[in-house]
Design a protein around this ligand. Structure first.
Ligand SMILES: *[C@@H]1O[C@H](CO)[C@@H](O)[C@H](O)[C@H]1NC(C)=O
Ligand SMILES: *[C@@H]1O[C@H](CO)[C@@H](O)[C@H](O)[C@H]1NC(C)=O
Ligand SMILES: *[C@@H]1O[C@H](CO)[C@@H](O)[C@H](O)[C@H]1NC(C)=O
Ligand SMILES: *[C@@H]1O[C@H](CO)[C@@H](O)[C@H](O)[C@H]1NC(C)=O
Ligand SMILES: *[C@@H]1O[C@H](CO)[C@@H](O)[C@H](O)[C@H]1NC(C)=O
Ligand SMILES: *[C@@H]1O[C@H](CO)[C@@H](O)[C@H](O)[C@H]1NC(C)=O
Length: 286
């Protein structure tokens, strides 16, 4: 067999074996969870959030700012690279290229885990219980997701994550939104962390959750009384040893897009993502 033929077969085998996971420069999976309207100063006083940033594999992003008020433009910013002109929490459908397009162009799997989401491409403003709200689900707001059944099916009830973990199928990009109580919106950080801490700690014991995963724990916006400075902490094996680390660089929600673009060599959206700073200072890289 000629060497070039051998190389072709070899590469074909490699591409099959990596078809389910596109290796990243800094991490193979990214999991973000978003809590609600709490200032940095309030969040950091919560004992559980304070404990996260004392771990060796943690980075406190000390100067992370939300981009707007109220909730909806902040969630839209994380996927769309701009607020799309949204200034309130009303019903919007946003047209244009977004993070889902960038990820799918590279074959990177994704899912939106929404607590109390009724499923079946539910587009209404709120579930009957009121616990799920559209304004916190930027995926359903993107018209090229909501009108595409295959994409829409990747917005799931958050409980599905345990089936995905059992099947070793945690997507490469997971976006987790707790319900209106567990995200502190209708409660407070004490209540939210009393849900989150046991939930997260149990799953941190599962390598199907943690292997190559960078976690971002953050909020959508502050309590509207300050300068929109919010708590944001990275956690996981992609973080450099020798921590806990504190990163003083200024970041915004647009930094999420820039970090994912840099990690997987994605295209960009040509919006605020292009000038944002990636939060890779304390990631070890492969
Ligand atoms: C964290 O790092 C310190 C210093 O490098 C080390 O002494 C300690 O054992 C580490 N803790 C854990 C839980 O790995
Ligand atoms: C969505 O809202 C409309 C109008 O309020 C209502 O008639 C419909 O039953 C809702 N759909 C679901 C699936 O809840
Ligand atoms: C979050 O905002 C909502 C609506 O503005 C408000 O009802 C709620 O009290 C706020 N929660 C916190 C924790 O500030
Ligand atoms: C948070 O809310 C709980 C009720 O869910 C209440 O008991 C507690 O005092 C509140 N804590 C703070 C710091 O406001
Ligand atoms: C960081 O952001 C703050 C608040 O927006 C701003 O005042 C400060 O000038 C920024 N610092 C740098 C180095 O850009
Ligand atoms: C985002 O981009 C728009 C124009 O595309 C600009 O008006 C806005 O100021 C930018 N916002 C941030 C926070 O960079």
């Amino acid at each position: 067999m000629k060497l070039s033929t051998f190389a072709t077969i070899f590469l074909a085998v490699i591409s099959i074996s990596t078809a389910t996971a596109i290796p990243g420069k800094f991490f193979d999976r990214f999991f973000v969870i978003i809590f609600e309207n709490t200032s940095f100063q309030t969040a950091i006083q919560n004992p559980y959030l304070a404990s996260l940033i004392t771990r060796n594999n943690s980075v406190l992003l000390n100067n992370y700012f939300a981009v707007s008020h109220p909730s909806e433009p902040n969630y839209v910013a994380t996927l769309f690279g701009s607020t799309a002109g949204i200034l309130d929490d009303n019903f919007y459908s946003v047209d244009g290229t977004n993070l889902v397009d960038l990820l799918e162009a590279k074959g990177i799997s994704w899912k939106a885990y929404m607590q109390d989401y009724p499923g079946a491409c539910f587009t209404n403003m709120t579930s009957t219980s009121g616990l799920y709200v559209r304004k916190h689900n930027p995926f359903i707001i993107m018209s090229d997701v909501s009108t595409d059944p295959a994409r829409c099916a990747k917005i799931v009830n958050a409980d599905d994550i345990d089936n995905d973990l059992a099947a070793d199928g945690l997507p490469q990009f997971s976006y987790y939104v707790p319900n209106m109580n567990n995200d502190a919106h209708d409660t407070n950080t004490t209540f939210a962390m009393s849900w989150f801490s046991p939930w997260f700690e149990e799953r941190l014991q599962n390598s199907k959750f943690t292997d190559g995963t960078l976690f971002l724990i953050t909020f959508d916006e502050d309590d509207t009384k300050g300068d929109n400075h919010i708590f944001a902490s990275l956690l996981g094996s992609p973080v450099k040893p020798g921590g806990p680390h504190t990163d003083m660089t200024n970041y915004t929600h647009y930094s999420i897009l820039k970090t994912l673009e840099d990690n997987w060599g994605l295209d960009n959206l040509g919006r605020n993502d292009t000038t944002a700073t990636a939060f890779t200072n304390f990631l070890q890289g492969f």
